[in-house]
Design a protein around this ligand. Structure first.
Ligand code: GCW
Length: 729
């Protein structure tokens, strides 16, 4: 009754109406607060008046042929960007004026054809582009030209990035070609909508409503990927479900492929090795069985009927319980080649994962992947990639590069990184991953002499094997800001740019991302960049100092667990703490993982004096009293690392706290809350781990450091409510 009266009051009364309008405006303002949905494609008005008018004068007329889908996508993006950045959209006609922006290929644009840029454009390959200021008939123009429409779209995104980061666009002479051909995201999305190790809500793929309904979000996903050059997406989890290969699901996947195509993104699927049995009605999945081979051929032909540019399969076989060729006493090569033969006539590829290990406490897991695959070097079809993770264990905060890099001389390797923070505090923690990616890519394998970096190894396969590639497990989900943590967006962004060009630095990528996501205040940029760069080392100090790894809670992969053990798994296998010291002996006196590396590295890693400190305990079992380069004993250094790590998180939190008012309030509070949680968790890790290792070292915590507040058992018992295994298995 009361509400009816109020309603009448508001409608009938002038003051009431004004109140309604004000209320509406407040609510609208609130709902337009920034929630991170736009990602780095945040096209806010350029406030610097002079710069904005220079840009406006340089972009007065856009000439682009919208009848090509990728060029239409480029034109749409430019419209959106220029409207946002400059407040106006240039005309689009055929007149040539000062400030004409010409975008396209020699096929799509007669103007580009007439410019005689052929030899230059030829050097841009299938996906590259040039961006250049050119005087045409006395008019200053900017030309974005390429061999393919997708190249022009990438060039357009690059051009928009120049504006977003406030670059001078009067003397452009850019030629970009991606260094790696396949730049892929490996989603771990399940058909029931959950995401394995996904911490940003549920899967983006709406299997129920596809193909009738394709959400606008699919286009925004494609835009984001294209803006950083990602050109492939594996839709489903490597812990695969055969159903994804049934007609019902292929039709749905085809709808996604159609949506992504203008953005240059190919769709891939995971292939469950036992699919011929599960959905094909066969009795076996033996890769040498003719009926099985035929089944895969037919299945692949079928897929191409729905998705004519289907990318291929990603396969996890004989790993963590997944079926595979070894179930039939065949090799990984037998399995991969069977699928590769079916895909080859269509131009598809196989990405065969090298993440295999014997689930046995007697074997050092770091040995397995290399041993299994090195003997198959050169035995794979030419359209097969073997895909190792960046390190031999499992996406740890820090691991040395996987020893297969540089050693698989005759079979191309495709890098697999993880963007989702499975071992790095989920989407609660701010950890900028570009330094991690760079560390691996820049690692020198020495396999063809000094300077044979992992990046070079990956790139060289393009010349030797005609294909090169990189993949990453994304952190993307249905959360409104896509990645759970706003700063998680930076990791998606950084992965894309590094996949395009592994030479780029973590710092310059961070700078671009900050400018595109937040603002252009120099002090803000410097402080946030510093915080981001520091964040990875900070995470390592807390979760894997001095080369420690895999000492998290095993059930959840969240929080500390150096004490964790069950029937199959014991964290002590990964840290080997005893009264003598700490670390895993992987030298010749131990599991001899060092022998899998080039002799230069093997020698370096085998001696605690020459082993880089960051890998010390990965390769060596070191005495508690061993004197570290700092002059401290190993024990004191370890404890110092834990304390330094937590201090750094506090520092990060404080830096962010000073940014109030410099970023949107909603974003500010989001990050502020998460940094507080990160700080609390760092203390949990620190105190729990220090007290646990102390039970072996029997040494006191250095006098200059505070003592943990509680007993070890307190930290061991801290529950983690989000029991991943309980929910999804
Ligand atoms: O470390 C493990 C993860 C699994 C994952 C696996 C893999 C997809 O805990 O969740 O399964 O790695 O990479 O295959």
């Amino acid at each position: 009754m009361l509400s009816y009266k109020l309603y009448k009051f508001f409608l009938m009364n002038l003051v009431g109406r004004i109140i309604v309008i004000v209320l509406f405006m407040t609510v609208s303002a609130e709902s337009f607060a920034e929630n991170g949905y736009e990602l780095w494609m945040r096209y806010r008005n350029i406030e610097e008046k002079n710069l904005a008018s220079t840009y406006i004068n340089s972009i007065k007329n856009i000439q682009i042929d919208r009848s090509f889908p990728s060029l239409k996508a480029a034109a749409d993006e430019l419209t959106l960007a220029l409207e946002g950045l400059l407040g106006e959209v240039p005309v689009s006609d055929t007149t040539l004026v000062d400030g004409t922006l010409i975008i396209g290929t020699e096929t799509s644009s007669p103007m580009i054809r007439n410019l005689k840029l052929s030899s230059k454009i030829a050097g841009t390959g299938d996906e590259g582009y040039i961006i250049q200021n050119i005087l045409i008939n006395g008019k200053s123009c900017i030309v974005i030209a390429s061999n393919t429409e997708i190249g022009a779209l990438y060039g357009t995104f690059h051009f928009i990035r120049l504006l977003q980061t406030r670059q001078d666009i009067s003397e452009l002479n850019i030629l970009e070609v991606p260094k790696l051909k396949f730049r892929v995201l490996n989603h771990w999305d399940n058909l029931n909508g959950t995401v394995e190790r996904g911490y940003a809500g549920y899967s983006l793929w709406d299997w129920q409503r596809l193909p009738m309904y394709v959400d606008r979000r699919m286009i925004d996903y494609a835009r984001a990927n294209a803006s950083v050059g990602i050109n492939g997406t594996v839709l489903n989890n490597v812990n695969a479900n055969s159903k994804s290969l049934t007609r019902e699901y292929l039709i749905k996947a085809a709808a996604l492929a159609d949506a992504f195509r203008p953005y240059g993104i190919k769709v891939y699927l995971t292939a469950k090795f036992s699919a011929p049995i599960e959905i094909g009605g066969l009795k076996t999945a033996d890769p040498l069985d003719p009926a099985v081979r035929k089944w895969w051929k037919n299945k692949v032909n079928d897929i191409y009927r729905y998705i004519p540019d289907f990318g291929g399969f990603l396969v996890k076989a004989n790993s963590e319980g997944q079926p595979g060729p070894q179930d039939y006493h065949r090799t990984h090569a037998d399995g991969a080649n069977m699928m590769a033969e079916a895909l080859e006539p269509h131009g598809g590829i196989v990405m065969w994962r090298a993440f295999v290990y014997e689930n046995s406490r007697n074997v050092d897991r770091a040995l397995n992947g290399y041993n299994e695959f090195i003997k198959l070097n050169g035995k794979f079809n030419k359209n097969v990639f073997v895909q190792p993770k960046n390190g031999a264990i499992d996406f740890q905060p820090r691991e040395p590069f996987h020893p297969l890099f540089g050693k698989m001389t005759d079979t191309p390797l495709m890098m697999e990184f993880q963007i989702t923070q499975e071992y790095l505090g989920y989407s609660t923690n701010l950890v900028y991953l570009a330094p991690l990616f760079k560390e691996t890519l820049d690692s020198d394998t020495y396999t063809k002499g000094k300077g044979t970096t992992v990046a070079k190894v990956l790139e060289d396969y393009q010349r030797s094997n005609g294909m090169s590639g990189i993949a990453a497990v994304p952190n993307i989900g249905s959360d409104i800001n896509w990645t759970g943590h706003l700063f998680g967006q930076a990791n998606w962004f950084a992965y894309g740019l590094l996949a395009w060009n592994p030479q780029r630095t973590a710092e310059e990528i961070a700078d671009d991302w900050i400018k595109m996501t937040f603002n252009h205040d120099k002090d803000f940029i410097n402080a946030i960049r510093e915080m981001m760069i520091l964040s990875r080392e900070t995470a390592v100090k807390i979760r894997g100092a001095l080369g420690l790894n895999h000492i998290m809670n095993f059930a959840t992969h969240y929080g500390p667990g150096p004490w964790y053990k069950d029937n199959h798994w014991d964290a002590r296998d990964y840290h080997k703490a005893d009264t003598y010291g700490l670390g895993v002996d992987r030298t010749a006196t131990g599991s001899n993982v060092v022998a899998q590396y080039a002799p230069e590295l093997s020698k370096l890693f085998s001696d605690p004096k020459t082993c880089p400190q960051k890998y010390l305990l990965y390769f060596n079992h070191v005495a508690w009293g061993y004197i570290m380069p700092s002059g401290r004993t190993l024990w004191d250094e370890l404890v110092h690392q834990y304390f330094k790590g937590t201090d750094e998180v506090t520092q990060m939190r404080r830096i962010w706290d000073t940014m109030e008012g410099k970023v949107d309030a909603q974003c500010f509070n989001h990050v502020k809350q998460l940094l507080k949680a990160q700080e609390d968790e760092a203390i949990w890790w620190r105190d729990g781990s220090v007290l646990y290792f102390q039970t072996f070292s029997k040494l006191p915590i250095p006098a200059d450091l505070p003592k943990p507040e509680h007993e070890l058992n307190y930290y061991k018992r801290i529950p983690f409510p989000y029991d991943w295994n309980g929910i999804y298995k």
